[in-house]
Design a protein around this ligand. Structure first.
Ligand code: SF4
Length: 403
């Protein structure tokens, strides 16, 4: 399958995004957790940088294991988030893959740091390291966790914190938030989310024109530029190309015969390994919890309320019962034959196979599963050979059971 033509535009957008942090005059820079309230920061006029994206870059470029020991030596445990340890380790070592990729000297120093604990509490500790180092404010939203059915109390509590956050940033900035600008940014973010969701739903076609591994690359604008027009324009271009593939019946995996779902974090340093392993066996990973996490139901008419609802109703932040419902629906909608659960050693928050979910989904809904043991960044927790052998045996088993 030839690469997507849109990739060239994606590369240009990302280069311009990273280089813009070092423009003259220098922009105000805010750091934000990846499912944090970035729209508010954009509306205040900050350029927004996402440390988790930097963590993923360290993983993809297979540099994470070089830097993690530097953070371990500072007292950051090998058992905690390996985004955190690889990112802090790289910072302490004075290196970043952004220099080689985009020619920028370092990660952009922040004027303000903002997080939301909707995904985990580790972002708070992670960002606090930098707040101490740069001596800048570190402001946060404390979200409820393991949320069952969403109710007004959940939304109201988070909306009130968003208003407090706005007041705190106004105090730091000595400027009032332009509420019209916030509505505009949230509207762009909503449109970006719609288009991102449309891209992911294209995988419902048989054969699917995309894979989970395409999604891991294509998601960058949805994470980093979601309140900006450039992300909307990019996904319109990308979706037009995907529509062509669907109309021509072109599948991303030649001879697609099985369709899998990937639950949990990617193994960033092994995207190609998995992509080739699955494709060699006619398996397409057509949907994932991870890529779906950046589809937000936002509304320009109700920016604060819709942000509170969207950022609290993330999959990672829900009860096991809600997660099972979501998963079951996705398995049905994407005609999935089996679920691969990634048990990521340093991310228990986004590993959904530790409390019997796969077994319940098999017993109650007949959904076969396999558990991949690994990690998002720490490749010491991952064995190529064991994974290859166990995945191949599982694929064979799913095929046998179909006949
Ligand atoms: S959700 Fe997992 S990968 Fe993301 S910051 Fe938290 S521990 Fe790290």
């Amino acid at each position: 399958m030839p690469p997507l033509r849109s990739n060239d535009t994606l590369k240009t957008i990302l280069r311009e995004y990273f280089q813009s942090f070092f423009a003259d005059p220098a922009p105000k820079v805010a750091w934000c957790s990846s499912v944090g309230p970035s729209e508010i920061l954009t509306a205040f006029g900050y350029k927004v940088f996402f440390p988790e994206n930097h963590g993923a870059l360290l993983g993809v470029s297979r540099q994470a294991n070089k830097f993690m020991p530097v953070a371990h030596a500072r007292g950051y445990s090998p058992d905690i988030c390996s985004y955190l340890t690889s990112d802090i380790g790289a910072f302490l070592a004075g290196e970043t893959p952004l220099t080689r990729a985009y020619g920028i000297p370092s990660i952009p120093p922040p004027d303000l740091i903002v997080y939301n604990t909707n995904q985990c509490h580790e972002v708070q500790d992670w960002f606090s390291f930098y707040a101490r180092h740069f001596d800048v404010p570190c402001l946060g939203i404390s979200s409820p966790s393991a949320v069952g059915p969403m109710g007004e109390p959940h939304v109201g509590a988070v909306a009130a914190q968003l208003e407090t956050l706005i007041g705190d940033i106004e105090a730091v900035n000595h400027t009032r938030l332009d509420r019209d600008r916030l509505r505009e940014v949230v509207g762009l973010s909503a449109r970006c989310s719609e288009l991102w969701g449309r891209f992911l739903r294209s995988a419902q076609a048989k054969p699917s024109p995309i894979t989970f591994f395409d999604g891991c690359i294509q998601m960058a604008p949805a994470v980093m530029l979601r309140g900006e027009a450039v992300a909307v324009e990019y996904y319109e271009l990308l979706n037009a190309e995907i529509d062509e593939r669907v109309a021509a019946g072109v599948g991303a995996v030649e001879g697609e015969s099985l369709r899998f779902y990937w639950d949990g974090m990617p193994v960033w340093g092994r995207l190609r390994f998995f992509s080739e392993l699955f494709a060699d066996h006619g398996v397409n990973v057509v949907a994932s919890t991870y890529c779906n996490s950046w589809i937000f139901d936002l509304s320009a008419e109700a920016p604060i309320e819709s942000m509170a609802r969207a950022y609290t109703s993330l999959f990672i932040n829900r009860s096991e019962a809600i997660k099972e419902d979501v998963l079951r629906k996705l398995v049905r909608d994407f005609s999935v034959d089996a679920v691969m659960y990634h048990d990521a050693k340093t991310c228990p928050h986004n590993s959904n196979c530790r409390f019997g979910m796969p077994q319940r989904m098999l017993a109650e809904h007949g959904i076969p599963f396999h558990v991949v043991h690994g990690d998002l960044n720490d490749l010491r927790c991952f064995s190529d050979e064991q994974t290859r052998t166990s995945v191949e045996a599982f694929v064979e088993q799913v095929e046998d059971n179909r006949h």
